[in-house]
Ligand binder design. Structure first.
Ligand SMILES: C[S@@+](CC[C@H](N)C(=O)[O-])C[C@H]1O[C@@H](n2cnc3c(N)ncnc32)[C@H](O)[C@@H]1O
Length: 299
């Protein structure tokens, strides 16, 4: 592993971000979602959170910044071995940092074990990655999570702690909502570490958390994924109502032409509950009924 922090660590083992910034020839700018991880212990742990047996032969990093995590991912993928076992692709939007990464890891780029894509992770073509480990730009947390989750790959991602708590919440908990159902539809999710603000430079306003997403095969069928997600979104706009009233009141969001027909077809047991008590399989059952009886159209 390249030691890019030589002589720049403080008493806590943290990197000196100014030294990294000088080397990148640009400063981290929080307005560009640039909160760099500077705690080496956290950086070392991130790749180890991949699920047991995960294929690390092609790791994706979203937002490479000054490369502190990229370094670890190259090692985790076995890309530094004399006979490289794997490779890493980094997507970085900011041109100076993308150029810095290419220069800093010139050997890996040259040998084909590292590709740096300069572009917006929300719009560039994603590579055929086997797993993703990233300290995400928080401004696009939701959009990038829902770009990655349908790819059915193991993900280790940092989020604002409050967002992470909502992703992993279970039915009945106060944080449980649309984000929880949509996430858990794709993956088993858990918070594996909380990261204090001091681990970043510049420090973000709030605490962060690392979420591990292990792809799952749901024990229910969803024929129309777009409708399922829209239906979940619709019902949670009326989370204090019963499911019966939520289905009726949100037809303009879910796109149901005949919400009453859905209510007539559904079990009283589901209709009398509140959306926040339904697990993803119950939402799937209701969405199937809604598809069949409610004449959904694009909302
Ligand atoms: C939170 S920093 C993480 C940097 C580095 N990986 C680390 O852990 O220190 C997020 C990085 O994502 C980049 N970024 C922000 N928005 C992006 C986008 N839409 N697509 C790709 N990269 C983005 C920022 O320039 C920044 O380098």
């Amino acid at each position: 592993m390249t030691d890019r922090s030589a002589g720049t660590a403080d008493a806590y083992g943290n990197r000196d971000p100014d030294a990294l910034a000088r080397r990148a020839g640009t400063r981290a700018n929080p307005d560009n979602d640039q909160h760099f991880l500077v705690d080496d212990r956290v950086l070392d742990r991130l790749p180890t959170y991949l699920p047991d047996g995960a294929d690390a032969s092609h790791l994706l990093e979203v937002g490479g910044g000054a490369g502190a995590l990229t370094d670890r991912l190259l090692a985790a993928a076995g890309a530094n071995d004399p006979d490289p076992a794997g490779r890493v692709t980094v997507i970085e939007r900011d041109p100076p940092f993308a150029a810095f990464l290419r220069e800093e890891f010139a050997d890996a780029v040259e040998s084909g074990t590292l590709e740096v894509i300069q572009g917006d992770a929300l719009t560039v073509d994603l590579p055929e990655f086997t797993a993703c480990v990233a300290n995400l730009p928080y401004g696009i947390s939701s959009e990038i999570a829902f770009r990655l989750l349908p790819e059915s790959r193991p993900l280790v991602l940092t989020f604002q702690a409050e967002f992470a708590d909502r992703m992993v919440a279970s039915a009945g908990e106060s944080e449980y909502g649309r984000l929880s159902v949509s996430t858990q539809h794709y993956a088993d999710v858990e918070v594996v570490e909380r990261i204090p603000k001091e681990a970043f430079d510049p420090q973000p306003a709030v605490e962060s958390a690392v979420v591990r997403c292990t792809p799952r095969d749901p024990d229910y069928e969803v024929d129309d994924e777009a409708f399922f997600l829209r239906f979940v979104k619709a019902l949670f706009t009326q989370r204090r109502k019963t499911v019966r009233n939520a289905i009726r009141n949100t037809a303009h969001i879910s796109g149901l032409d005949r919400p009453d027909a859905v209510v007539d077809a559904a079990d009283e047991d589901l209709l009398s509950r509140r959306p926040g008590t339904l697990d993803p399989s119950a939402f799937a059952a209701l969405a199937a009924l809604a598809s069949e009886h409610g004449s959904p159209t694009e909302a």
